[in-house]
Design a protein around this ligand. Structure first.
Ligand code: NAD
Length: 312
C-alpha cells in the first residue's frame, strides 16, 4: 500500500485519526499535514495549505501518496462568521484534493456532515437520500462537496468515499468551532468541578458519535470492498441522538454536583435548528457493516475516565 496523507491533521479528528493510522499501517507510512508549521511528537509532518494546489502536488509526489484523508475545513460556527474563507477552504480545498487524487491515482476520504441537510429535510430518521437544502455556508459547502465527490467518481473513476458525520465527542484535541462543541465542553467543565453555560437550548436534539467510533468508521469505510458501495457522496452515520439535558442527566451519574445554565447563542441555535435530529444509518450498515460501539452511557463513562486521568 502507498503512503497516506492527512490534511487538517492537527484538528479534533486528525489528532486521533493520525495515531490510529500510524498504529495500523506503520508510522513511516502516514504523513500528517496542517497549516501550522509545528509537527506532532511522532511521525512525518508537512506544512500544507489545502487551498494551494502546487503544495499538494509536491507533497503527494515526494511521498508517493496513495490515500488521502482530507480533514482540513472551517467548521460550522467559524464558517458562518467567515463565509468567504469557508467557501475557499472547504470547496477550494476539496476541489484541489479531488483533482490531485485524479492526477496521482489516490483514494480520497471526504468528511461531510449532518450540516449538509437543512430545515426542509425530514428531521427524524433522516434518510440517506432525501431533500438537502442547507441554509448555512458550512452546509452549502458540504453538500456541494458531496456532489463534487459524486462527479469525480462518475466522471473520472476517483475512488472517493465519505461520511456525513454527526457531532463528535472526544477527550483529545479541542473541537474547532462547531455547533455540537457544547458536549465536549460540558465534559471538561464537569470533570473540573465547574459550572457550565450551554449555548444550545436544553431540548435541542442532535446526532452525536464518540470519536473512537468515528475513527473506526473512517478506517473501515476506506478499507471496505468497493463493489457494495452504493453512495460515493457520503454515508449517514450516527451512534446516538441526544439533547443537552439528556447529556447533563448522564454526566450527573459521575458528577452529581454538576450545574448547567442555558445561555443560548442565537447563531449556533439557529444552525442546530436547521439540522436533523436523528439520522437513518441503514445504508452504512448494509453496504460496509457500520456498527458503532458507544452509546451515551458508555461514552460518558469513557470520557470521565480519560479526562479524569488527564487532570490527575
Ligand atoms: P478542526 O477544526 O478541529 O480541524 C480542522 C483543521 O484544518 C485545523 O487543524 C486547521 O488548522 C486545518 N485547516 C484549516 N484551514 C486549512 C487549510 N487552508 N489548509 C490546511 N489545513 C487547514 O476540525 P475537525 O473537527 O477535526 O473536522 C475535520 C473534518 O471533519 C472537517 O472537514 C469537518 O467539517 C468534518 N466534520 C467534523 C465534525 C466534528 O464534530 N468534529 C462533524 C462533522 C464533520
Amino acid at each position: 500500500m502507498r503512503p497516506i496523507l492527512v490534511t487538517g491533521a492537527l484538528g479534533q479528528i486528525g489528532a486521533e485519526l493520525v495515531p490510529a493510522l500510524q498504529e495500523r499501517y506503520g508510522v513511516e507510512r502516514v504523513v500528517a499535514s496542517d497549516l501550522r508549521p509545528c509537527a506532532p511528537a511522532i511521525g512525518l509532518y508537512e506544512r500544507l495549505d489545502c487551498t494551494e494546489p502546487q503544495m499538494i502536488a509536491d507533497v503527494i509526489r515526494r511521498y508517493d501518496i496513495g490515500r488521502v484523508y482530507h480533514l482540513a475545513a472551517l467548521l460550522s460556527a467559524v464558517a458562518e462568521a467567515r463565509p468567504q474563507d469557508a467557501w475557499n477552504v472547504n470547496m477550494g480545498g476539496l476541489r484541489n484534493l479531488l483533482e490531485a487524487a485524479r492526477r496521482f491515482g489516490c483514494q480520497l476520504f471526504f468528511p461531510s456532515s449532518i450540516a449538509a441537510f437543512g430545515p426542509s429535510t425530514p428531521r427524524r430518521r433522516t434518510p440517506q437520500v432525501t431533500i438537502q437544502r442547507p441554509i448555512t455556508i458550512y452546509g452549502v459547502s458540504k453538500l456541494a462537496g458531496e456532489l463534487l465527490c459524486d462527479y469525480y467518481f462518475n466522471r473520472f473513476g476517483v475512488d472517493v468515499r465519505g461520511l456525513r458525520l454527526p457531532g463528535l465527542v472526544s477527550a483529545g484535541a479541542a473541537p474547532g468551532g462547531g455547533t455540537t462543541d457544547y458536549a465536549v465542553e460540558m465534559f471538561h467543565a464537569a470533570v473540573r468541578g465547574e459550572r457550565y453555560a450551554c449555548f444550545l437550548s436544553a431540548n435541542t436534539r442532535l446526532d452525536m458519535m464518540y470519536m473512537p467510533d468515528a475513527i473506526s468508521a473512517i478506517i473501515e469505510l476506506m478499507e471496505a470492498d468497493a463493489a457494495p458501495l452504493r453512495y460515493r457522496n457520503a454515508y449517514n452515520v450516527t451512534a446516538m441522538s441526544i439533547t443537552p439535558v439528556e447529556l447533563v442527566v448522564e454526566i450527573r451519574k459521575h458528577a452529581p454536583q454538576f450545574v448547567v445554565d442555558f445561555r443560548v447563542d442565537p447563531l449556533r441555535q439557529s444552525i442546530a435548528d436547521s439540522w436533523p435530529q436523528s439520522l437513518d444509518a441503514n445504508a452504512a450498515r448494509e453496504d460496509w457493516r457500520f456498527a458503532p460501539s458507544f452509546d451515551l452511557a458508555a461514552m460518558t463513562a469513557d470520557m470521565f475516565a480519560r479526562l479524569s486521568a488527564k487532570i490527575a
